[in-house]
Design a protein around this ligand. Structure first.
Ligand code: 0RQ
Length: 501
């Protein structure tokens, strides 16, 4: 195995994953690396899951708090949830087993704006962080760490945890060295200073993570791949959504409200976001930039074609094919890709300053433009708010997109009232479905309702929405945001009862 550990003091702490896992006790809060399947620890979490299972077999309860950057992988979230080993999970997850436990009421989950997590820990809002388990790509002679394929909250975990377990993964390309930008200038209020980042491609920090070697209680060597999930090729609906957005952006350039190279792009997770990038790659814009959270296949394609000059993110989220492409040419890409801590990639101050164009997916929106990103039928968590709030609230333009219907047409994604609200009407400027785009800027609630129903709703649901809105306008006691309260959730209730509209 290639030696990635060049610090003698830390080399002396190398041990097996089982030995390292035995240093984690029930009741501890554990800060794990990992962000959308990139850079999560590959060995210690599964070893810990085994240890928890053994404890359970012996009639002992063994649960920990699991804090991460964002979602991880089956061998972290999945393995720990499977053995019911997670007391509290934060700040984002997308694992099926986790989701099941959370929705069954068997696991506590706090869904937090991703930019809030680090500072909440620094403020002491979340309690004590006992152990950090962080994957790195290598260790320098002086003990500094070469970050892995995501940064997430690693800087904060390493600073705040009492004890540190490092996983050194030789599967990660050694060429990652130099790609990261870790800013150590963060202060706590009232002593905060402006973040000196004025262009999305600026480097303001250093390429390595610092870690007090005294705190390191174990180093585990691994050679295992990230969880790289495939994207489906853009379907007809995603292509149409992308088409509407492209047309809109071109119009904004024509109107002089956007420069020709646009403004830094943020693109959410999932296939639709990826399709929009594919659309932009074939579109008329040149010299684009990205200030985003995860770098998906679509953006890598744009870096490759040259449409995208540079991209700033906190993690990769690539398919195996895209990863092979990146790895083969990492030396070249490294100059144009910057991975930052998530409190910087998602920082409201920076997003507002740069004027980011935010494009995120959603579960449903209501006729006034309130957006639900997280809860199906108001109570079942899907994933979490992730970075969508960080970006939507502070963006130059905040765009939300979804197919107009879900579950093969059984459900309308435009509803009278959102069953859960993550992004209020105030933070939503543009709604897009395959049917069309509603530009909500400068519109009052009643004008918004007309635009959303007219442009975004599926023809199968449009008459019922128009009918609801007309009656609300007539019978609602208030005419600012007309609603019929006895009816607002009737659409959801029908779905829950298994009836079609
Ligand atoms: O479920 O696969 O079981 O059928 O929700 O929906 O249409 O595949 O869309 O992959 O873009 O996900 C909001 C979840 C959309 C995502 C959400 C069901 C649908 C399907 C997924 P099935 P699609 P996407 C920064 C940005 C929050 C985090 C975020 C998300 C599943 O975009 O998690 O924005 N966003 N981060 O069937 C019932 C409806 C539904 C519905 C969709 N109205 N009712 N089910 N579904 N609409 C990046 C990060 O933070 C990491």
């Amino acid at each position: 195995k290639e030696n990635r550990i060049h610090c003698a003091a830390l080399r002396s702490k190398v041990m097996s994953a089982n030995e390292a896992a035995s240093l984690i006790q029930s009741g501890m809060n554990v800060g794990m690396s990992g962000f959308t399947g990139a850079g999560y620890p590959k060995a210690v979490p599964s070893a810990l899951a085994k240890r928890i299972m053994d404890a359970n077999v012996n009639g002992k309860r063994f649960k920990i708090g699991v804090w991460t950057g964002a979602s991880t992988a089956p061998d972290l979230d999945g393995a720990l949830a499977m053995v019911d080993g997670i007391e509290m999970r934060l700040p984002y997850q997308s694992d099926p087993t986790c989701r099941k436990r959370i929705n069954a009421g068997e696991m506590e989950y706090i869904d937090i704006h991703l930019s809030h997590v680090a500072q909440f820990v620094w403020f002491g809002f979340l309690g004590k962080l006992d152990v950090a388990v962080v994957e790195v790509a290598g260790i320098l002679e002086d003990g500094r760490l070469i970050p892995s394929s995501s940064i997430g909250n690693n800087k904060t975990w390493l600073d705040q945890a009492d004890k540190v377990i490092l996983e050194v993964n030789s599967w990660q390309s050694s060429q990652l060295e130099g790609m990261h930008d870790i800013w150590y200038g963060t202060q706590l209020p009232p002593n905060r200073q402006p973040i000196p980042l004025v262009r999305s491609s600026d480097r303001i920090g250093e390429p390595y993570l610092r870690c007090d070697p005294e705190k390191v209680i174990a180093v585990v060597e691994t050679h295992a791949p990230d969880r790289n999930s495939a994207f489906t090729p853009p379907d007809e609906s995603s292509k149409r959504i992308a088409g509407h957005i492209l047309e809109f952006l071109q119009y904004e350039v024509k109107k002089g409200r956007l420069p020709r190279e646009l403004l830094p792009l943020q693109s959410g997770v999932g296939n639709i976001a990826n399709a929009v990038m594919a659309g932009l790659n074939e579109g008329p814009f040149e010299n684009l930039t990205a200030y985003t959270e995860v770098l998906q296949d679509g953006m890598l394609e744009m870096l490759k074609s040259g449409k995208l000059a540079s991209a700033s993110a906190t993690a990769f989220s690539l398919s195996n094919e895209a990863l092979a492409e990146l790895t083969a040419d990492l030396g070249r890409y490294r100059e144009r890709i910057i991975l930052r801590p998530q409190e910087i990639s998602n920082h409201p101050e920076v997003i507002r300053r740069l004027g980011v164009i935010a494009m995120n997916g959603m579960i449903e929106a209501d006729i006034y433009g309130n957006v639900n990103s997280t809860h199906v039928m108001g109570s079942q968590i899907m994933n979490g708010i992730g970075g969508s709030g960080d970006f939507a609230r502070n963006a130059y333009l905040s765009i939300f997109m979804t197919p107009s219907q879900a579950k093969n047409g059984a459900i309308s994604c435009i509803v009278p009232m959102a069953s859960h609200v993550d992004h209020t009407e105030h933070d939503v400027q543009v709604l897009v479905t395959e049917q069309g785009l509603a530009d909500l800027r400068g519109l009052s609630p009643k004008q918004r309702a007309k635009a959303i129903i007219e442009n975004c709703a599926h023809p199968n649901f449009k008459p019922a929405l128009s009918d609801y809105y007309k009656r609300a306008l007539q019978f609602s006691p208030g005419k600012q945001t007309p609603h019929l309260l006895e009816e607002v959730f009737s659409w959801h209730l029908r779905t829950l009862r298994g009836e079609r509209m």
